[in-house]
Design a protein around this ligand. Structure first.
Ligand code: SF4
Ligand code: SF4
Length: 297
């Protein structure tokens, strides 16, 4: 079947913060907030709901979250994933993710990082915990080259922080919560999630499903930078792609640089974006093979 007329759809997804549903079950429409918009909110030990939101929370871990938690808890990604996460699928993009494991047999108990004082990993808590009660959504109009991010406010009845008198802008809240540094690391991952979500109604990019092997690669890059480093330096990766010696030296030491390479590579593999360059010899071989498969001489 021809995939010529299969194009990416106009789409809008929430990357952080679930909008939930209204009382009649219909989805809540996000109210866009500009970064200069103000909102009233404060969370502190004296709110009556203190730590309520740290029970049964649905927290998808971003690559930056896992990187920072591993670094500060002095755990390898494998140790961290085994102890503190459960595998899941982010349905909007049909991609595998790791979620923070909650306590209790039903997963409705306290987060494993919660103690009597509050969050034991507060300085390196996950992005979702930083954003709350803000959400981040991203929208891409059909045919548009770029996408547009916007914030929205999540107002849940159990959260009494909205009744506090502290007023701040979205930017002030983002700065206070240290969100930007996390977003910078996660940018490529968020791009992939968004782009895959926009192809979902067609089943995948240009109507082709992403293979299980590619999904496993996405999960490895997103959750286990040690394994991705092994993959880059101990397989044919460096024989296949143009990565100069200076960049290779940086990649040996920098997890952040390695993640950026991983997302560029995935964008190329998933969407054929020119984010990473194949070596000329490999490229010519791939072209010849594709021609052969198409029956061209
Ligand atoms: S990581 Fe910290 S802030 Fe986030 S749910 Fe767990 S205890 Fe709460
Ligand atoms: S105010 Fe909201 S964010 Fe703070 S502890 Fe209560 S429910 Fe959680």
């Amino acid at each position: 079947m021809s995939t010529q007329n299969k194009t990416e759809k106009e789409t809008e997804v929430e990357l952080f913060g679930d909008l939930g549903t209204t009382e009649d079950g219909s989805p809540v429409q996000p109210v866009r907030m500009a970064v200069t918009d103000q909102f009233c909110f404060s969370c502190h030990k004296d709110v009556p709901c203190w730590n309520e939101c740290c029970h049964g929370a649905d927290i998808t871990l971003t690559p930056a979250d896992i990187l920072m938690l591993c670094r500060n808890l002095e755990l390898t990604p494998t140790e961290f994933l085994t102890r503190y996460t459960v595998p899941a699928t982010w349905d909007k993009a049909d991609l595998p993710v790791a979620k923070l494991k909650m306590g209790g047999a039903d997963g409705k108990g306290a987060c494993h990082f919660m103690n009597e004082q509050g969050c034991s990993v507060y300085d390196f808590r996950p992005s979702t915990c930083r954003y709350y009660p803000l959400g981040l959504a991203t929208v891409k109009m059909k045919g548009a080259e770029t996408k547009d991010d916007f914030h929205f406010l999540v107002k849940e009845s159990h959260c009494k922080g909205h009744a506090e008198s502290k007023i701040q802008t979205v930017t002030e809240y983002r700065d206070e919560q240290g969100i930007t540094a996390y977003d910078e690391i996660n940018r490529g991952w968020m791009d992939i999630m968004m782009k895959m979500a926009s192809w979902q109604s067609l089943g995948g990019p240009w109507g082709e499903q992403i293979t299980q092997a590619k999904k496993r690669m996405f999960f490895m890059v997103s959750t286990d930078v040690d394994s991705f480093r092994e993959f880059v330096f101990n397989t044919k990766f460096l024989d296949t792609y143009e990565i100069d010696p200076e960049a290779q030296a940086i990649l040996k030491d920098s997890d952040e640089a390695l993640l950026m390479l991983g997302f560029d590579w995935l964008k190329n593999v998933f969407f054929n974006e020119p984010t990473i360059q194949m070596k000329e010899r490999v490229l010519q071989g791939a072209i010849a093979q594709a021609r052969e498969e198409m029956g061209a001489s």
